[in-house]
Design a protein around this ligand. Sequence first.
Ligand code: DON
Length: 282
Amino acid sequence: MKSPIPDYLKQVLEHVRPQDGGTPADYIETLAKADTSRLAVALAMVDGQIYSAGDDTVEFSIQSISKAFVYAMAIEDAGLEAVLAKIGVEPSGDAFNKLSLERGSNRPMNPMINAGAITAHLSNLSVDEEVYEAELRDADRNMGIGYMLKAAGIITCVPREAVTGYIRQCSINVNVKDLAMMLATLCNAGIHPVTGESIIPQTSVRQVFSVMTTCGMYDAAGAWVSRIGIPAKSGVAGAIIGALPGQVGIATFSPRLDERGNSVRGVKICERLSSDMGLHMM
Ligand code: DON
């Protein structure tokens, strides 16, 4: 029997399509020129089934969504205790690009803000060179954060290397189906739903989902949790990921952002999915 889910996802996209408020990120030249008509959603179930609608093969840079996965990799690489010694788990209540170091320990408040992500950075993947070069041309703020982290004794490497690595990590190309499957892997206790490969230990998944819940949507995290109620993370190219652990990974894409850097239509899609499918954790 044909699944009704793809038709439902198309309806959800048509429902949010007229909501065209917001603007694409303007501080990265390539993102400022984004085609704002783009709109996509994908759901990946923990049994490996994937459903999608709209511009589901269009690629965009992963941006801050990479922070959730790089945090998991840092825990894998150095162990949770060592990571916690350098990066806190408290919401900063501030924009993603504020320094937000914890008083006393000097640790970045959490791994979802830039200071925490620059500290956790270790990835080495292929990137969209145009987005990378565009952001690097205008990276004074992130370079400043890198130098402050070095001065505070949190990182010990050359700050420029940590920041350029972080910007490359943000420039990795993905589409909504890739993101949904990455998330379904986390939702499936760190085991890839299709290959059965164990990618991330369950203890790290719990840690990642915890900080996504409290810090993933930055200074909109409280409103997000009360309205939509699932762990989530946004990126300035216009993607949002949301997770229902044990069940489904969700990814949306639409480039226009609200004043907090979260995709306007993406938030609406997640609101609709959460209410229709009863996803809220409460
Ligand atoms: O650090 C930056 O400015 C970006 N490359 C990533 C920011 C981002 O995606 C914020 N999320 N909504």
